[in-house]
Each structure stands twice: as structure tokens, then as C-alpha cells.
Design a protein around this ligand. Structure first.
Ligand code: ACO
Length: 436
């Protein structure tokens, strides 16, 4: 970040004030209004933070107009071809890619803390049949605070490191256990000889009657998907993490809040919603009808997996996933009719003025579900996969927020409710209640 380089002039109530403009390392500019209320009595109004930078950050850079996404300065296109997810997790959390020794130590730490406390395993028995795995996951992560030392912003660095590694590792075990429970199979424990993604696939699909064959291709695809989901700066769930963390809540509760935010269909839940939509369109057979519905302001239907608050061009993650999806399905000779539907929707939407004018392109979720299906991941686990991948990002933001000495997040509002004058007399005929 460069120093404040310029000022903006604001005229208000006959007074002219200068507001500093700050410039980021990639040239993003912002008017710093932190002292505006103290100087003028005014706050700024920006519902849903359409135009508000809530913090400085060194983690992820996005250029939504050009379709650029970089973690710690490195383009995702390079990361997906040259490193594994665990290295990206290290990069996000620590700020640099690990050298060979750091990578080995980090992997060893993940392995050491991959087992779930046995008492927690019984929790899975008490969720109702059909409970969504995202609800199970957020509950289980919250419960971690009762089993493992509580880590908050005041904890020692070493405890924070250990808890972050434990989270990245153990949540993967929890996710696989939740799946095994849901299909009534015995859980499969993590293995030290397997890499992070291979371990996850093995815990998901190995069974006493049919050992799981780990395929290099599947492991690579999972690495790519996890890397592409690992961080996305100040999205809804990360903002939840930073906001809740600012109240000095423990790390587990903070991450649990991030998982809850992610579960919504307008956010991480969209990957499951896309598949449900594609299936509905496939069964109906009339793609154009659904495109019309998506454009109709009187219809709540939206093209799931389309549009993005920040990207006003093709989401660079979607571009990679689409490519990988085509290649992987061809390699494993798997024909998914939903991919045909997805392609037709994309072709139609990208030439339709409604979508073109609004800059609505496929986002990360549009093709992701098709790849997960090809890997054998059930639909209700899609958003859990997103959560596993996003953990390093949330943790990196939690650490950055803590390190910056962030004050508790507390926006203001413009009150538009009743005035005292408007309610005068409402209480006039009521006697004071001495006993309740
Ligand atoms: N289908 C049809 N129309 C859409 C879509 C869509 N998927 N997305 C946006 N639009 C339209 C809106 O109706 C609006 O039109 P208008 O200007 O005529 O009123 C315009 O495009 C702008 O949309 P907003 O909702 O104002 O954009 P916002 O930035 O608030 O929302 C969001 C972004 C939530 C992603 C939205 O595009 C959407 O609902 N997409 C579908 C859900 C989805 O795929 N979510 C995953 C996002 S990626 C992620 O979180 C990992």
C-alpha cells in the first residue's frame, strides 16, 4: 500500500472539507471517510457495501473488470498448475509459499491433527436423517471450542498456528465422517501416507467391502477445485468471519459463522443450486423458457451460477473450471447430460442483451458441481467442499484482522422508524407495571 496520495473535496452545509484518498498497491483508490462524522456530523450510506472497502488487506487481489484473481500476488492460473492445495493454504495463511522444509513441517502438522476427538464422533448420531451437512459442519466446528483449547485474538502465536492447522485438517475429517454417517457406512480414518486431497477422497469413498482406488486425475482435479475456492477477499462469508472475529470470539465460533454465511444459495450454496436448476431444465427440455424466466422481473427465478458482485467479465475461476471439466470428463469417458444443458445456457446467455448489458457471466459455481458429480461427490456435499477449500482464506483473514488490531466492527444506520412525536400518547393510558 502506498501512502495517502491525494485528497477529495466535499462540500457540506456550507463547509468545505478535504478527505484523504488512499491508494492500494495495484492502484485501487478509496476516499478515507473514517473522520467524516467527527468533522461534519454525517455518516456515509452504502447498503450491502456495494461501494465500501472495509479494510486494508494483503491477501487476495481481484480486478473484476479484467477478470484477475491473485493470492498474495500470484495469479491463480499459475497456482493451479504448479502447486498443491496444501501449499496454497500455507501461502494464504503465512503470506509466502513454503520452502521444502516448511511444506514438510506443515504437512506433518496437518497429519498430526487430522483425527477428530472420539467423543465428537458420537455427535453425528444425533442429527436427524437428512440434515444438511452444512448445518452439521457449522455445529461441529462450533463444538470444537469445547474439546480443544479456545483460541482467540489474545492467544499465543504457537497456539494460533496449531489451531489453524487443526482446523484445516480436522474439518476435512468431519466432512467425510458426516457423509459416511449419512449413508450409514462406517467412518474411514485419515491416513498419514496420503496427501491432503487423496486422504479426503479415501475417507469419503473407501469401504470395508470395496477398497477405494485413488486415481491421480481425481486428486489433481480436487486440488484445482480447492485452490480456486481458497480465498476471494471480502465476500459475504469472509466479511462474516472478520466481523465476528472482531468481537474477539474464539476462532472456532468465528469459522462456524463463516460456514453459515457460505451455506446461502446466493453464496456458496449456489453450487448445489446450479445442479438442481440444470436437472430441472434438463427434465423440462426447454432452455429458452428458463432464460425468459431469469429475465422476467415478475419471476424470482435466477440463473444460478451466473452473475457476481465483483466480476463484470468472465470469472477467471469459472474459465479454468470449465476447461478442466471438459478435459476430465473426456479423460474418464463420462458423459454428463447436465454439462450439455450448462453449455447451452451459457451460449444463449452470453449473446442475450439482458445478460450482456448486466455483465452476467458464469461464476465459479456454474461448472463446479458437474466436476464434483464426476468425482462421485453427492450434491448435498457440494457446499461442504467449498467450505473445506475456503478455510485457509477465512483463517488468513482472521489472522490479518487480528494482527491489524481491528476495532470491533459496528456499522451505523440511518434510522427511518417512528419519531417520539409520532408515538406520543401511545403509552398514556398504561399504568406502570410493578410486578410482572
Ligand atoms: N440471473 C438473472 N438475473 C440476474 C442474475 C442471475 N443469476 N444475477 C443478477 N441478475 C440481474 C439482477 O436481476 C439485476 O437486474 P436489474 O439491474 O434489472 O435489477 C442485475 O442483474 C444486478 O443484479 P444484483 O442482484 O443487483 O447483483 P448483486 O451484485 O447484488 O448480486 C449475485 C450478485 C448475488 C451473485 C447475483 O448475481 C445472483 O443472485 N446470482 C445467482 C446466484 C449465484 O450464482 N451465486 C454465487 C455467486 S459466487 C459465490 O458466492 C461463490
Amino acid at each position: 500500500m502506498s501512502e495517502k496520495s491525494d485528497t477529495a473535496t466535499l462540500k457540506i452545509d456550507g463547509q468545505t472539507i478535504e478527505l484523504p484518498i488512499v491508494t492500494g498497491s495495484e492502484g485501487d483508490r478509496a476516499v478515507d471517510i473514517a473522520n467524516l462524522r467527527a468533522r461534519t456530523g454525517c455518516v456515509t450510506l452504502d447498503p450491502s457495501f456495494m461501494n465500501t472497502a472495509a479494510c486494508y488487506s494483503r491477501i487476495t487481489y481481484i480486478d473484476g473488470e479484467k477478470g484477475i484473481l491473485r493470492y498474495r500476488g500470484i495469479p491463480i492460473e499459475e497456482l493451479v498448475t504448479k502447486v498443491r492445495f496444501v501449499e496454497v493454504a500455507y501461502l494464504l495463511v503465512h503470506g509466502e509459499l513454503p520452502n521444502e522444509e516448511q511444506r514438510r513441517n506443515f504437512s506433518a502438522l496437518l497429519n498430526r491433527h487430522s483425527l477428530l476427538h472420539e467423543d465428537m464422533r458420537h455427535f453425528f448420531d444425533h442429527f436427524p436423517q437428512g440434515a444438511h451437512p452444512m448445518h452439521i459442519l457449522s455445529t461441529m466446528i462450533n463444538a470444537l471450542a469445547a474439546f480443544y483449547p479456545n483460541v482467540d485474538l489474545k492467544s499465543l502465536d504457537a497456539d494460533v498456528e496449531l489451531s489453524c492447522a487443526r482446523l484445516i485438517s480436522i474439518v476435512r475429517t468431519m466432512a467425510a465422517f458426516a457423509y459416511k454417517k449419512s449413508i450409514g457406512e462406517p467412518v474411514v480414518y485419515p491416513r498419514h501416507d496420503l496427501s491432503y486431497c487423496a486422504n479426503f477422497l479415501n475417507m469419503m469413498f473407501d469401504s470395508p467391502i470395496q477398497p477405494y482406488q485413488i486415481h491421480h486425475d481425481a486428486v489433481r482435479i480436487l486440488n484445482v477445485l480447492f485452490i480456486l475456492h481458497a480465498d476471494h477477499e471480502q465476500n459475504c462469508s469472509t466479511t462474516a468471519v472478520r466481523t465476528i472475529g472482531s468481537a474477539q470470539v474464539n476462532l472456532y465460533a468465528t469459522i462456524s459463522a463463516g460456514i453459515s454465511a457460505l451455506s446461502g444459495p446466493l453464496h456458496g450454496g449456489a453450487n448445489q443450486a446450479v445442479i438442481e436448476m440444470l436437472r430441472m431444465i434438463q427434465e423440462d427440455g426447454d432452455v429458452d423458457k428458463f432464460i425468459r424466466m431469469a429475465k422476467d422481473k415478475n419471476n424470482s427465478f435466477r440463473l444460478m451460477g451466473f452473475g457476481h458482485r465483483v466480476y463484470k467479465t468472465y470469472d477467471p475461476r469459472a474459465a479454468i473450471i470449465k476447461r478442466e471439466c471438459d478435459a476430465y470428463l473426456k479423460r474418464i469417458k463420462y458423459h454428463d447430460p447436465l454439462l450439455d444443458v450448462a453449455r447451452r445456457i451459457e451460449e444463449t446467455a452470453l449473446t442475450d442483451p439482458y445478460f450482456v448489458d448486466r455483465h452476467l457471466y458464469p461464476n465459479v459455481d456454474f461448472y463446479t458441481g458437474i466436476l464434483y458429480r464426476a468425482l462421485g461427490i453427492p450434491e448435498n456435499m457440494f457446499t461442504v467442499m467449498f467450505a473445506l477449500a475456503r478455510l485457509p482464506g477465512w483463517i488468513a483473514h482472521w489472522k490479518e484482522m487480528a494482527g491489524a488490531g481491528t476495532k470491533i466492527v459496528r456499522p451505523r444506520q440511518i434510522y427511518i422508524g417512528k419519531t417520539e412525536e409520532e408515538t406520543s400518547g401511545v403509552m398514556a393510558n398504561r399504568e406502570p407495571q410493578l410486578l410482572w
